[in-house]
Design a protein around this ligand. Structure first.
Ligand code: NAD
Length: 307
């Protein structure tokens, strides 16, 4: 189904802004919504559509007549200690949005997170046991549980309701996230200063790093999902921090040895890798980027922006 008008929440954030620009490139009519609590106007500087400055907790969704909503807006700082706030912004606002979409025949694609798997075994499958280690992870898991009860009802109305469990996303537009930005950005910042990149001993922890261009692509594919559901969105491959440093060294023309530091965290994940077979089957997702190709692409964007 071809979507005509699309509203994107979290539109000035990292993933949301990339989604807005990709939709604009496809010639879609896009409305951007964000409260600019974290996201920045700079991320939307090439966006030509309308921008609404509003909080998702009290926005009157019926104000905008749209066919689809891509919901990226959320508290994304995983260390936030205020549980009530986390659940109000991430879960409660989402529940109201789901109800609105169901009652007004609107497709809804929303961002969940791989955080729900915690220290679970890899490759991580959608059905495996959850390991909820933070209020953030809880808020996303509550979203998924609520959505799961609604899949059939949406299906019955010919509507999409799709959750996407993004893994470790990196790429252009994440700079405003500070300590919450990807390890690739953090390591780049250190190495650009000529400093040795600092990682926990001994850099062999593996993450499913996924380039934002693949994430955007899957998010748009989700609007035409064969089946409503919650899907993993990663690269399907694990890359160690040592390997990331090696790729950064190669791309930057440096030769900086990692500095291994003690890990203060008791609950640190050694390995996260997404099983993406469901996303391949139901969304038609095929990752186009590896870290070997994504990092040089990202670095050329960084250079262009003088960052
Ligand atoms: N980046 C990742 O690696 C990653 C991984 C898993 C899941 N996610 C999810 O993807 C989505 C996008 O994340 P991101 O990385 O772009 O983070 P981000 O922080 O850059 O984007 C979130 C946006 O939501 C906005 N926002 C926050 N509270 C709001 C409110 N009350 N009303 C309106 N807008 C509000 C912020 O201003 C920000 O622009 C989030 O739902 C996040 O949980 C991201």
């Amino acid at each position: 189904m071809e979507t005509k008008r699309i509203l994107v929440t979290g539109a000035s954030g990292f993933i949301g802004s990339n989604v807005c620009l990709a939709l604009q490139d496809q010639g879609r009519q896009v409305i951007a919504l964000d409260d600019f609590s974290v996201g920045i106007k700079e991320n939307l500087r090439e966006f030509e559509g309308r921008i609404i400055d509003s909080d998702i907790r009290n926005f009157d969704w019926s104000r905008e007549k749209v066919d689809s909503i891509i919901h990226e807006g959320a508290i994304t700082d995983t260390t936030v200690k205020d549980r009530d706030l986390m659940l109000a912004v991430n879960t409660e606002a989402f529940k109201k949005l789901v109800d609105h979409c169901e009652n007004n025949k609107i497709n809804l694609v929303y961002a969940s997170s791989a955080a729900v798997y915690g220290r679970g075994k890899s490759p991580m499958t959608e059905e495996q046991e959850k390991d909820i280690l933070s209020h953030y992870a809880e808020s996303k898991w509550e979203m998924d549980k609520f959505a799961t009860q609604k899949f059939q009802a949406f299906e019955g109305k010919g509507l999409k309701l799709v959750g996407l469990r993004y893994f470790n996303v990196c790429g252009p537009g994440e700079q405003h996230k500070g300590k919450m930005a990807s390890m690739i950005w953090q390591l780049y910042l250190q190495m650009k200063q000529g400093n040795r990149p600092r990682v926990f001993k001994h850099g062999e922890q593996v993450r499913d790093h996924v380039y934002v261009k693949d994430v955007v692509n899957t998010t748009l594919l989700a609007l035409n999902a064969k089946k409503n559901g919650v899907y993993n969105v990663g690269s399907g491959r694990g890359t160690s921090f040592n390997k990331i440093i090696e790729i950064l060294n190669k791309s930057l023309g440096t030769n900086l040895e990692p500095e291994y530091i003690n890990n203060p965290y008791a609950h640190y994940q050694d390995k996260t890798i997404a099983d993406i077979s469901n996303a391949k089957e139901q969304l038609g997702y095929e990752p186009a980027w590896s870290m070997e190709t994504a990092i040089p692409d990202y670095l050329s964007w960084i250079k262009e922006r003088g960052l």
